[in-house]
Write a protein that binds this ligand. Structure first.
Ligand code: ADP
Length: 633
């Protein structure tokens, strides 16, 4: 898989290098500026400098009076950290200087690139420190505004916070780096985990094996969770003695989350997440976003993931459903949103209390917002290759499932004023990322009955195990990838699968043998794998890999398969917060500063369960918005 992903990454590198050169040519052709301090010896010069994992090499062309072009000739810095490779050469030519800001989220690569250009300039006898940067001519007017609450990032956490703060009667400004709202939230295909909801009670309880397996795992592997395990055990025994409704509890949800997170989680945050999950569902309902379909999902003992359905009753992707509803709530309630502004500095007073934020517009203008409270909701840092590799060099060359802009800006801004970070090396790889496109294939497919087979057409693991375990199992298969198999019955019941088929992510066959041919695996082996699996479904027992959720047999043609491999998906670490979402430093809570969502660390421990990110952003986003509003008196 590594080799495969490196091929993809390299293709991306070439595309990005090419676009970088094109952008540069455009700038150069329209560039009449010249640096007063120049007087160059015309020619082509080269320079190199060490970046995080590799060297960046550049070629710099000088005319007698200008830096005519900068071309990156070699950089193995892969993935979105390439923002520097893509954008910085043009900026250097435009400014006629390397004395400019690097690309946010790619600081190590930016610094290396500037150092490489400096080396080239020096070899031409130019002292780069004497080149004064020219101001961009396209710069719009700088702005300074005041508000009660400013929220950074219009993903699910930021929008939940902004809506709550606005509903509490405050003036709210929301700053978003991209041209549109959504972040990673909009990519989320799963749903929201919540315990003890009305929607769960619509289901018949058949998940005894799931609960019993979790209790056994907790007893064996987590003796330190004995009290919580005992509470769940007595709740379960009580339910079995008198089964009414569907069995779940806040404590079982806590136990699942802690076992899933290898008990590295912050217990206070987990408790808060689980206790407030049911009210998150109620709140979403109240703002026009009911999540009524409940299903099984990896790592959950019972049916707990709440998903939206369309008019035909089919489940739809949660993110693309929620984001437009959040956005229309922002509009209706009058939250002031600034798109295309990237917050880059928290403003503090003499006591270290946060008093506002500075942001840089894509047009080069600055926006300064003075505020009583600041909520950071800028998401994680999966797209910041430098930062990912700093903590996980073993993820070099992996694909990334995230939206653009998920660069860890909030982490860097808060760290600059003393915020503590936690669990930064806990970076989740998602087990089912489409190998060719990096599209994330929802875990819900496995919960709803799909199986994984390897390149030999054989099952190899409990498909609904935790993400890290399933990912590791895939990596150890021949070729490091797997095929996710669904049948037409599943495809008919899910708009999500229909979407995958439409986007060309599947191969298909009218029979199992035809599917096997499309997958280039042995037909008889795949047929026997499916037959065996369907037997396990009928018996509700998987003696080979211990899977405990079965749904329906895979027996309805046509059959579909999606080629999947693990990709960098979620950063569990980030800013240290308490249950009130206050950002913590070594000296305690930083005044007026709150954070929620993927930018924070501690909720998910060593592994985030599917359905817990959406729960996290809504639960903690709401708390942050409420507390930020209360703080703004
Ligand atoms: P969460 O799931 O925690 O809500 P998302 O990834 O959904 O996180 O959303 C985070 C949002 O923050 C994205 O829309 C992203 O573009 C935005 N963002 C990231 N960095 C900045 C920044 N420096 N300033 C403003 N917005 C930012």
């Amino acid at each position: 898989m590594l080799i495969y992903n490196q091929v993809i990454a390299r293709e991306k590198v070439m595309k990005k290098l090419l676009s970088g050169v094109l952008a540069l040519m455009l700038v150069v052709s329209g560039c009449a500026s010249k640096n007063e301090t120049s007087g160059f010896k015309a020619g082509t010069y080269t320079g190199s400098a060490k970046a995080f994992t590799d060297e960046v090499s550049v070629e710099v062309v000088l005319t007698a009076d200008a830096i005519e072009s900068v071309t990156v000739t070699a950089s193995k810095e892969e993935g979105p950290g390439l923002g520097a490779v893509e954008n910085l050469p043009a900026k250097i030519v435009e400014a006629q200087s390397t004395n400019i800001d690097g690309i946010s989220g790619a600081t190590i690569t930016s610094d290396a690139l500037k150092a490489a250009v400096n080396a080239a300039l020096e070899s031409a006898g130019v002292d780069p420190t004497t080149l004064v940067a020219k101001e961009s001519t396209a710069k719009a007017e700088d702005k300074e505004i005041e508000t009660d609450v400013v929220v950074l990032g219009a993903g699910g956490a930021g929008m939940s916070a902004a809506i709550e703060a606005k509903d509490a009667g405050k003036n709210v400004v929301l700053i978003e780096k991209q041209a549109t709202a959504g972040g990673n939230t909009i990519l989320s295909t799963g749903g929201l985990n919540a315990a003890k909801t009305k929607a769960q009670d619509e289901n018949t309880f058949e998940e005894n094996a799931g609960v019993e397996k979790t209790l056994a795992t907790a007893q064996e592997s987590y003796p330190e969770l004995a009290d919580l395990t005992a509470t769940v055990k007595s709740q379960y025994d009580e339910y079995l003695a008198n089964p009414t409704g569907y069995f779940d509890s806040v404590e079982l949800y806590e136990l699942d989350t802690l076992v899933g997170g290898k008990n590295l989680n912050n217990h206070e945050l987990v408790k808060t997440l689980c206790e407030n999950s049911e009210s998150a569902i109620e709140w979403l309902d109240s703002i026009g976003a009911p999540l009524t379909s409940v299903g099984s999902f990896g790592g959950a003992s019972v049916k707990r993931i709440h998903r939206p359905v369309n008019e035909e009753g089919k489940t739809v992707s949660v993110g693309s459903y929620l984001v437009p509803i959040f956005v229309s709530n922002l509009e209706e309630k009058g939250v002031e949103v600034y798109y295309n502004f990237a917050a880059n500095e928290l403003l503090t007073d003499d006591n270290g209390a946060v008093v506002g934020v500075k942001a840089l517009g894509s047009d080069g203008s600055t926006l300064t917002v003075k505020a009583d409270s600041v909520v950071i909701a800028t998401g994680g840092f999966s797209q910041n290759t430098d930062l990912v590799l700093q903590y996980r060099p073993d993820y070099k060359g992996f694909v990334c499932t995230n939206a653009p802009g998920i660069d860890g800006d909030g982490i860097e801004m808060a760290k600059a004023i003393g915020a503590d970070l936690v669990d930064m090396d806990q970076i989740q790889i998602h087990p089912t990322v489409h190998s060719d496109t990096s599209a994330l294939i929802t875990e819900g497919l496995r919960g709803d009955g799909a199986i994984l087979v390897n390149s030999e057409g054989k099952r190899f693991f409990d498909e609904v195990g935790t993400r890290d375990a399933v990912s590791a199992a895939e990596v150890s298969q021949p070729g490091g990838f797997a095929w996710l198999i669904v049948d037409d019955k599943m495809a008919q019941a899910s708009n999500v699968i229909a979407g995958y088929i439409k986007r060309g992510l599947t191969v298909t066959g009218a029979t199992v043998e035809e599917l096997a041919a499309a997958m280039e695996v042995d037909g008889a082996t795949l047929a026997s794998t499916l037959e065996t699996w369907n037997g396990y479904v009928a018996a509700k027992e998987d003696p080979e890999f211990g899977r405990t959720s079965f749904a329906e047999p895979l027996d309805t043609a046509p059959y579909y398969a999606i080629k999947v491999a693990p990709g960098v998906h979620h950063t569990m670490g980030g800013l240290k917060i308490n249950a009130e979402t206050e950002v913590l430093s070594a000296d305690g809570a930083i005044d007026n500063l709150y954070a929620a969502g993927e930018v924070t660390g501690g909720v998910h421990g060593a592994n985030r369960l599917g359905g817990n990110a959406v729960a996290d952003i809504v639960v903690f986003g709401r708390i942050a918005g409420t507390n930020a509003a209360a703080n703004a008196q």
